[in-house]
Design a protein around this ligand. Structure first.
Ligand SMILES: Cc1ncc(COP(=O)(O)O)c(C=O)c1O
Length: 456
């Protein structure tokens, strides 16, 4: 940030400037998560309630990030807080199994179609790591098939595929041995079958069933149905990454929504009511890889070893139980989905009115906004822009994404990341209307500054 920019922010966000200055000499990279790097300051949030949050300078935001999509009932729902307080007052961490873990597992089992058995972990990334280990142990095969643009955590085992260019590692520091276990292809069923026919070492395909990055690059139910058929035919395990779609697309996640049962699914975020937690769920015969049989050779060499000090910690279990009980009613979805539908339609109408080369899309309580960069090609008709190519939908230039986020934030709207967001059971019609007014203002400003293209 230049000195003049810094001075301007000192006027409007003095506390954030101070915190960021301090962070630069204490936090590695200045922030706690790559995507929290700000425009140009990170947000420093002090409290949140319902669909709103407030920063350290007292600025209020309508929140469509909702804790990286982990919060579905709204921030700080009273029944979740009450359950967490009860768990805190009871000692909060034992390093032993406890009754809440069993209740939590039974709720997950009742909701998620493939959840014959559950193993809790502490995050979506841990779930992803463990699922790959289970798949390898169960099949005796070592490779994983992934689709371009799909994100399944930050660990080495999914170290390529999420980010353009899709065949390059997402990070420095990933061993070639790990990269060699990952095959990344476009989400094309002919290519899938070709891989299954030619590579006998393919243990599993793991994907976000909604499409890459929670549906930024959408996939259809028909695609998923055919993938289910192909994986079954070729004996390759099908793993749904339901870290975002789980409990959101329907109480039982994408699998319930689509009427398809994968062999395993991984979960995080909503499963623990927006607290640290996650799980791998799967078919009973597959999940037997955790069982001790009493045979010393099997127990030492053939079962899956999995530890974790905080697995199913009581506070996360309590938050998860309180949240899933409401999720099970399906009522939060009815509301959140309706709010997102109104928002998507309203934003799309605004893009149309303003003649902007872009469109708004998404399923259930999710919205994504595609904006053509200026000077982009634009298009004669909006229909000509509509694409499902990962390189295009995940490839909106950084300058466009960052201008969009920055203008929204300055007016009090926060997104998940990129150009999309989620609604919750706590968003109101007033929130949606206020967001649409802000969105229109932002779009007009981007058109005026020639950041985004107009229809030809
Ligand atoms: C689809 C998907 N899978 C896995 C993860 C990793 O989850 P976590 O951040 O809890 O490690 C995320 C995180 O955003 C995700 O969106």
């Amino acid at each position: 940030m230049s000195d003049t920019q810094f001075d301007a922010y000192k006027e409007t966000q003095p506390r954030a400037v101070d915190l960021y200055t301090q962070s630069l000499s204490s936090l590695a990279g200045g922030v706690g998560h790559d995507l929290r790097m700000g425009h140009p300051l990170p947000l420093y949030i002090t409290h949140a309630e319902g669909a709103h949050k407030w920063d350290a300078d007292g600025r209020e935001y309508i929140d469509y990030g909702m804790g990286n999509t982990a919060i579905f009932l709204g921030h700080a729902p009273p029944e979740v807080l009450k359950a967490m307080h009860r768990a805190l007052d009871s000692g909060f961490h034992f390093g032993n199994d406890h009754p809440l873990q069993v209740e939590w597992a039974e709720l997950v089992q009742a909701l998620v179609p493939c959840a014959d058995r559950i193993r809790f972990v502490n995050s979506g990334s841990e779930g992803s790591m463990l699922a790959l280990r289970i798949a390898r142990a169960f099949t005796g095969k070592m490779k994983m098939l992934r689709f371009e643009g799909h994100f399944s955590g930050w660990h080495d085992g999914v170290g390529k595929g999420a980010m353009i260019p899709f065949d390059e590692p997402v990070s420095a520091g990933i061993p070639q041995g790990a990269l060699d276990t990952i095959k990344v292809i476009p989400a094309d069923l002919h290519r899938v079958e070709e891989v299954f026919k030619t590579d006998p070492d393919m243990a599993a395909v793991m994907l976000e069933p909604s499409g890459a990055s929670w549906g930024t690059v959408p996939l259809t139910v028909e695609f998923n149905r055919e993938l289910r058929r192909l994986t079954a035919e070729y004996g390759v395990l099908l793993i749904y990454d339901e870290v975002i779609t789980g409990f959101r697309y329907a109480p039982g996640g994408y699998q319930e929504y689509a009427g398809l049962t994968p062999d395993m699914s991984i979960h995080g975020k909503i499963i623990a009511g927006g607290t640290p937690g996650g799980a791998v769920t799967g078919r009973a015969d597959i999940m037997q890889v955790f069982d001790y049989t009493g045979d010393p050779h099997h127990d030492r060499y053939e079962r899956v070893h999995h530890l974790g000090t905080f697995n199913a910690n009581p506070v996360s279990a309590a938050a998860g139980i309180a949240t899933l009980k409401r999720i099970a009613t399906g009522l939060p979805h009815k509301h959140a989905d309706r709010m997102a539908a109104v928002l998507r339609q309203g934003m799309d109408d605004i893009l149309y009115q303003e003649r902007v080369a872009g469109y708004v899309y998404g399923d259930v309580s999710i919205f994504h906004i595609y904006l053509e960069a200026h000077p982009g090609t634009g298009a004669a008709r909006r229909q000509d822009l509509i694409t499902s190519e990962a390189g295009i939908l995940k490839g909106i230039p950084k300058e466009v994404v960052s201008a969009f986020q920055k203008l929204l934030l300055a007016r009090g709207v926060d997104l998940v990341s990129y150009t999309g967001g989620v609604t919750s059971a706590a968003h109101t019609e007033t929130d949606i209307q206020n967001t649409l007014d802000i969105f229109q203002d932002v779009i007009r400003s981007m058109v005026k500054d020639k950041i985004i293209a107009l229809l030809k």
